[in-house]
Ligand binder design. Structure first.
Ligand code: ADP
Length: 433
């Protein structure tokens, strides 16, 4: 990255320096050239006038010597119409003829359209002042280029460090995660895209850790829940095998209850795993919640009567909702069964159906044991049972599943309860928009 940056900057600075000096050299050359031609023209006018006045070139040497004092690097030669040198600022070539060099300049001298001679400027090379000026321009351009290049390299190193270091940190953390060290966090706090990437990475890592924890807990919870009914079954069957107890009706019923619990546990677990994976299929239909409430409540009347509990319904309205009737039936059964379990003889359970602004609401209220404040926040967690000693009854998954089912319908489930006074569970199913 740094190398790429340096190449680009170097190329840019090199190009700017090259074209700047080139253009300066050419423009400065033009400027000097124009000035020299102007001076030469003036001298040519003076010499032509001299020739017109004197009808010959004798004595012109004095003028050339003067003129060459202005620029000591130049040698001025005056050649007559025949090509013989008649004036030389260095006073050496008089009477000879001259050849023009590559740097030389020449101007013809005319009187009334007739050529009377030529003025020649012989140069040793490039003007030293001009050379000095151009060298200083070149030097400045090179120094400027070097300073700019150095600054560019410092900036490149600084920025590449800022980009590369967090990426290295993220790569290292990703490797840690690959090795099973979940939850690894990277400490990049910048507010730019790299910061956002780090934040997303940290969130992903935490999620992975949480998921792994949930998975581990789930496996140990399932093993724990399966152990009780299986231990009971093992005890019953071993005792029967060894002839310690007779397989009478009561024993068979106990075994049947354990098997039913196991089967319920497996069914609930399957539904729960589908819901967790977001694959709980809802067979949504337009249904009357009143029909479900009445039908389910009626099916529990016998059990309520046996326990001398008054189970009643109150349907304030009769809304139609788009929902899976079997799943809603399952949720309501769970709530009524829980209420029946937790309510003493002579107690009351009321199932209410009413309409709210955007949803239908079903409430199951009992005046049973209620739930302690400390248990209330955990009531929807998987395998959470208030009374662990209770056997052969619940799986601790009923409310967890109910919550998943209601939320899959876009509704909400909630609980209000006071220990010793009773509980109120309610869920909503939103109306279609
Ligand atoms: P379970 O299958 O054990 O009933 P749930 O998830 O349905 O599992 O309920 C979890 C726990 O919540 C139950 O063990 C019970 O102690 C408590 N609970 C549920 N409903 C009520 C209620 N109406 N009154 C008091 N406690 C309740």
């Amino acid at each position: 990255m740094v190398i790429g940056f340096i190449l680009v900057v170097g190329l840019a600075i090199g190009a700017v320096t090259y074209f700047t000096t080139r253009s300066t050299r050419s423009k400065f050359g033009d400027f000097l050239g124009a000035r020299e031609v102007e001076n030469l023209r003036k001298l040519a006018v003076v010499l032509s006038a001299y020739r017109a006045e004197n009808a010959g070139w004798s004595g012109v040497q004095r003028i050339l010597a003067r003129a060459s004092e202005v620029d000591t690097d130049e040698r001025l030669l005056l050649v007559n119409a025949k090509g013989t040198v008649v004036g030389d600022s260095k006073d050496k070539l008089i009477g000879r003829s001259v050849n023009l060099g590559s740097h030389d300049q020449e101007m013809t001298l005319n009187i009334n359209g007739r050529q009377v001679g030529r003025l020649i400027v012989k140069k040793k090379g490039e003007n030293p002042l001009a050379q000095e000026f151009l060298e200083s321009v070149n030097k400045s351009a090179v120094i400027g280029g070097l300073i700019a290049g150095a600054i560019a390299i410092i900036i490149a190193v600084f920025y590449s460090k800022r980009i590369v270091e967090p990426i290295r940190a993220i790569t290292g953390a990703a490797k840690d995660i690959e090795e099973g060290n979940l939850g690894k966090q990277v400490g990049v706090e910048s507010k730019d895209e790299i910061g956002e990437l780090s934040q997303s990475f940290n969130e992903m890592s935490s999620q992975l850790e949480k998921q792994e924890e949930v998975r581990e807990n789930m496996v140990s919870d399932v093993a724990h829940e399966l152990r009780t009914p299986i231990t009971n079954l093992k005890g019953y069957t071993e005792a029967m095998k060894e002839g310690l107890i007779e397989p009478d009706e009561e024993m068979v019923e106990s075994i049947h209850q354990e098997v039913l619990l196991l089967s319920r546990l497996v069914d609930d677990l399957q539904d729960l795993s589908l819901a967790d994976a977001g694959k709980l299929e809802l067979n949504k239909q337009d249904i009357s919640l009143e029909d479900i409430v009445v039908h389910v409540t009626n099916s529990y009347q016998k059990r309520a009567e046996d326990k001398k509990i008054r189970l009643s319904t109150e349907t304030i309205s009769s809304p139609m909702v788009a929902a899976d009737p079997q799943r809603i039936d399952q949720v309501l059964r769970n709530l009524i069964e829980n209420a029946l379990k937790q309510t003493e003889e002579e107690g009351h359970i009321t199932v209410t159906l009413k309409e709210e602004a955007n949803s239908a609401k079903v409430t199951v209220e009992d005046d049973g044991k209620g739930i302690a404040k400390e248990d209330l926040p955990h009531i929807f967690e998987r395998f959470y049972k208030v009374d662990e000693s209770r056997e052969n009854e619940g799986t601790g998954l009923g409310l967890t599943l109910a919550k998943q089912i209601i939320e899959a319908h876009g509704g909400e489930i909630e609980v209000e309860s006071v220990e010793g006074e009773g509980s109120q569970f309610s869920f909503t199913i939103p109306f279609d928009e």
